[in-house]
Design a protein around this ligand. Sequence first.
Ligand code: NAP
Length: 525
Amino acid sequence: MATAPENLRITYTTTADQMEEVHQYFDEALEKIRGEFGKTHPLVIGGEEVTADAEPNTDVSPIDTSIVLGKFQNGQLEHVDMAVKAARAAQKAWAARPWQERVAILREAAKVVRKRKFELAAIMSIEVGKNRLEALGDAEESADLIDYYAQQVEDAKGWVRDMNKLTPIETNTDVLRPYGVFACVAPFNFPAALSFGMSSAALVTGNAVIYKPATDTPWTGLKVFECYRDAGVPPGVINFLTGRGSVMGDPLVFHPGVDGVVFTGSKAVGLHIFHGMSQKWIKPCLLELGGKNPAIIMPSADLDMAAMGVMKSAWGLQNQKCSACSRVYVHKDVADAFVEKLLKLTREITIGDVTQKDVYFGPVISEGAIRTWQGAVDQAKKEGEILHGGERLTEGDLAKGRFVAPTIARAPLESTLFMEEFFTPFLAIGVVDSLDQALEESNRAEYGLTAGFYSADKAEIARFFDEIESGVTYVNKRTGATTGAWPGAQPFCGWKGSGSTGKGGCGPYYTLQFMREQSRTLVEE
Ligand code: NAP
């Protein structure tokens, strides 16, 4: 396989024209990974490959569920215990190394990711159902996240700071030190970027990590682990556990030997972890959770821009992004014109096998996701009106996978369709009379992750920024109303039910959360 030039960068906002030169590398990577289908993979604990007694989980592609991507171990309680033991044994030496050495290893991991980004992207495309741009963006973001967090350690010079003296004979120093062992639990939808983001911040600050990918995306998870291993992260400092969250999730996150949890996933599982975790003392619990992200469209908006921004954020990755736009509040004066433009763009979407060039919209991850989507469709039929979609797609090759139509419904503002996260291709549209009403409706949700706004009025824009209850806000963004955050550019902080710490990944305060402060006073008489 030819090696792609290092300067070939792809972000979520790369345009179709810029993509031309990357397709060849993607095709080659796809061919390569096809040769790896169907293998059985172990857990890796303390550097050792481990096989569980339980029947392994079969990982299939949602594009064609007859394609078996691999078989992955069904980790049990005993494997959690083994991993905690291995991580605790390895962590002290890792933390004791000069921070420059940890930074060098993590920077090497970023290089390995960049070298393998086409392979990572091809795997994500077939395992999650991401289109090429989304999959390559996920891989590219992974490398940037690792570098960004390594940079934070460098900038802070390892977080050792001289403090004031109260007497001439004392030396006071403030240090930030790692907590110890972090459980790192990842969701299916950004299986590389979120896994790398959470784990690299834990690692670079001196923690050991027990990493559990989602059961729907263990293959990408394995490749994440391999990048670290091949970059020189020592055995036991990173451990790879696959298995069902319902079986090994609680034993892992509530394990007395786990010092902290970094989790990205649903609000339900996140709250469960938060409530159960700190029994004897309070442990760090970094949660990035769901979203119900609104876009508001005002009369002065550029409606072509707004329709394009909403289309991209609603249908990118089939609305299975925490940042996806899942509700629109459009002013009554422009509602019909906006909806017409959005419908036109939605009708033009190409649907199918997203590993192929020029296919934009792929399958949803599971049959469970289809049931959730069907529930929203049924509710919309009762309470409002389906404007587009509403059916499962089974024509031709689509019957092999888990495809549903991108669905747009108009609904009354009091409908719970505007409040619940469905995480499937379902967009609710509500008509509002004023900015006041749009903001009030937006803020009524329990979630507060991302929000978009379209207006040409500076006073309205200022009010949106000040009054919207969301951690990530965008105004007049054509490439995505509510999506597209990037490390170092848009910190990704969930407010309210969308996160626990008030400091986001991709942001300048993220790594601090993996360490605790120690004050050191040395008296020399
Ligand atoms: P999920 O069902 O909550 O699962 C997330 C992870 O938690 C999976 O690895 C899952 O394992 C594991 N898990 C399940 N039960 C557990 C337990 N009792 N203890 C510990 N771990 C447990 O979420 P998902 O469906 O994968 O991802 C979609 C959700 O993630 C959405 O709500 C989305 O908004 C959110 N998300 C948020 C962000 C953000 O940055 N705020 C980013 C991406 C996604 P199994 O797979 O084995 O069940």
